[in-house]
Design a protein around this ligand. Sequence first.
Ligand SMILES: [Ca+2]
Ligand SMILES: [Ca+2]
Length: 324
Amino acid sequence: MRPTHSARTGMALILTLAAIVLGGALALLMQARAARVAQAEQAELIQERLRIAAAEAARDALWVLAADDNLNVDHAGEDWAQPREHTFPDGLATWAVVEDAGRFFNWNNLAAAQQPGRTSRDICGDLLTFCGDFQALPIVAALSDYVDSDDTGDYEEKFYRHATPPLQPPNRELWAPGELLNVHGFTARFLRPRPKADSSDMFSGDIAAAAVVVPVALTQPIPINLNTASREVLMALAGLQHEDAVRSVLALRMVQPFESLGALLMAHPELAAKLGDSVRVNSVYFRVRARAALGDQFSTVLAWVERDFHSGDIRILQWVPEVG
Ligand SMILES: [Ca+2]
Ligand SMILES: [Ca+2]
């Protein structure tokens, strides 16, 4: 039987309605996709803005560091050492802080030629002990072999040959803290920051806050800054027998920063003689950390710089941006 006129009209109407519904769905789908693209573009724009804002915050902090009017003395009360914060009208907030490398022990000191007197190995071993690790010697030996240029030692290529995955000590300075995890005895747990403990406990130091990787090749270890180093770092430098002198140094610098090593020599001649060239009252290497955030998006910069001892000019050694 052939379809009647009204049946054909009904079928056409159904097809038209189906086309309208399908068209509407397609339009909605395209709208949603366009919204998603716009959202992604917006997030990308914000990310780019955050990246630039973090870099500018780091750069501004470095300007202050370069403008330091006393390059012979560096201490925590100076302009460059103050954290900087800024909030823009749209809510974007930046933060930056500069720290001198002289306040920390540099793991890479173990790669530098050792000074007469107390070596970087001795200092590193004592630092680990003051940070609660009482079996530091194998760790220090492993890191020394990993970064020193020769192939002589218990923890050189032969030791790692059967590691999984196999690796070879690079026999050069570390470029990033993450490399420490390749060294025998170093674990993420070992390097994790420790909660602040009872300050009267001599062995409660935090290795995460006391040691850094300054990514630079050295002929000599980076000296410790008497004005900025923590108690653990100064104790590691001086050794346990100079505990009273270190306590006195910490008290003296609260009143007035050391302006020369002569002042240390006057106050504690034995300690001054022991520390020799391993200590100074100013710093050459600095770390800047900056962050820019808007809502739940952020961007960070971590940079290491070298400041010329005479001109104050800044040279960037490493610049590591990160987005999140
Ligand atoms: Ca200064
Ligand atoms: Ca080696």
